[in-house]
Ligand binder design. Structure first.
Ligand code: FAD
Length: 394
């Protein structure tokens, strides 16, 4: 292999290059990225950048030392017979890494709506989060909660509009999502649940019910779609992202996919996973690089994610609805979310195995819980229910 092309200059793209070099690949590498910025990290965009604590989140990687040809401001448009078609011409490859991430979903309507995916999005939004501004955040998911946190801290009058019965209901289910409801009122944020947005209009948002939410700033945080339009008709099979096997191989020889755009087969969870988390963009490239270099590597981690909401560190590991011992059938709480500031909730299988856990300001639980999910063992539920007992000893 003489020339590897990496499409997508985000974390997964950069990590793929580092992994290729670390694993001994000495041939040419070209990195194609449609943004004009050098690769940067996205988690701080909805945290430190929105809070005005930093303007730069550039990934700490020396691309010059890695001997990479960097093509920024260049978008891939298509793929055929060993050639990537880009806005700046054609690029031949004999190994290809697809790392194009995801694009935010926008809602209907003529009004201005902010989304939060790029550093430019974050800085444009931050400029409008001024004291007294009425801010409507559409979506009470991970991003919505973080935007609400920053907007409330900037002194804005914030309304979060959520279609589900609780925040985070889609990710965690309503029982767990309900425990976060009080966080909004404490932060002075109005939370409208079961409210479905029809259109974003000048001066606010119109709900399907006909009601209006007046707003100076509207932020849409209702999810993303894998950025894979450019692969249509290329022979790379697509279904909710790029379909890859457990080695991260696509259906085209010499082509792998990583990060938010990759939909991989997990042996551990006996299902496909497409995980839009930083840890996946960080970890999957080692396997993808090994696969490109002809090694037998498998990517099968326990997914991990964190979010900083209303002054709390929220961390999650696993998959609530499936584990190797079958799906979770019940929840067990370590600590009482109604009275304790710090708590954990565990998703348990019929055999008292752990498939997932969410922790609030209990970082040790998430580290130990992730290891338990990886190892797969029966837990002592009496000990588990006692937050003073270390998870490792349950
Ligand atoms: P991306 O970072 O999206 O990079 C893909 C790159 O490819 C982009 O630069 C894009 O412009 C480029 N691209 C797309 N199409 C093309 C094309 N056709 N041609 C060329 N280039 C193209 N995860 C956590 O675990 N914890 C958090 O707290 C957290 N917070 C987040 C906050 C925000 C605001 C966002 C947006 C994400 C957050 N995430 C968080 C998720 C995490 O950042 C992503 O999972 C991670 O960025 C995925 O990396 P990636 O390289 O796969 O994709």
């Amino acid at each position: 292999m003489d020339h590897v092309v990496v499409v997508g200059a985000g974390l997964a793209g950069v990590r793929s290059i580092e992994a290729l070099r670390a694993q001994g690949y000495a041939g040419r590498i070209t990195l194609i990225g449609q943004e004009r910025h050098r690769p940067y990290d996205r988690p701080p965009l909805s945290k430190a950048v929105l809070l005005g604590e930093t303007d730069s989140t550039v990934v700490d990687s020396d691309l010059d030392a890695l001997d990479v040809r960097l093509c920024l401001g260049t978008a891939a448009k298509g793929l055929r017979d060993g050639v990537v078609e880009t806005t700046e011409g054609e690029v031949d490859y004999d190994g290809l890494v697809i790392a194009t991430g995801a694009t935010p979903i926008r809602l209907r309507g003529e009004g201005r709506q902010h989304v939060l995916r790029t550093i430019d999005d974050a800085i444009a939004l931050r400029e409008r989060l001024v004291s007294g501004a009425r801010v409507a955040v559409i979506g009470g998911g991970w991003i919505g909660a973080e935007v609400a946190t920053a907007a409330a801290r900037a002194g804005c009058a914030v309304t979060v509009i959520e279609a589900g019965e609780t925040p985070l209901a889609a990710a965690l289910g309503p029982d767990v999502g309900a425990r976060t409801i009080p966080w909004y009122a404490e932060a002075g944020v109005e939370l409208r649940l079961g409210a479905i947005v029809g259109t974003v209009d000048p001066g606010g948002v119109t709900l399907m019910s006909g009601a209006r939410v007046e707003a100076d700033v509207v932020v849409t945080g209702v999810g993303v779609r894998p950025a894979v339009e450019w692969l249509k008709g290329s022979g790379v099979e697509l279904d909710d992202g790029v379909l890859v096997d457990e080695h991260l191989k696509t259906t085209l020889p010499g082509v792998v996919a990583v990060g938010d755009c990759a939909n991989w087969w997990s042996r551990r969870f006996r299902r496909r996973l497409r995980v839009e988390h930083w840890d996946t963009a960080l970890g999957a490239p080692d396997t993808a690089a090994a696969t490109l270099l002809g090694e037998e590597a498998v990517y099968d981690p326990v997914p991990y994610f964190w979010s900083e909401q209303f002054g709390r560190m929220v961390q999650f590991a696993g998959h609530p609805s499936s584990g190797w011992q079958g799906p979770a059938v019940r929840l067990l709480w370590r600590g009482d979310p109604r009275t304790d500031a710090k708590w954990t909730v565990c998703w348990l299988t019929r055999e008292d195995g752990l498939t997932a856990l969410l922790t609030v300001d209990r970082p040790r639980d998430v580290v130990q819980g992730r290891r338990i999910i990886e190892g797969g063992r029966r837990l002592d539920l009496v000990k588990l229910a006692d937050p003073a007992v270390s998870l490792r000893d349950c």
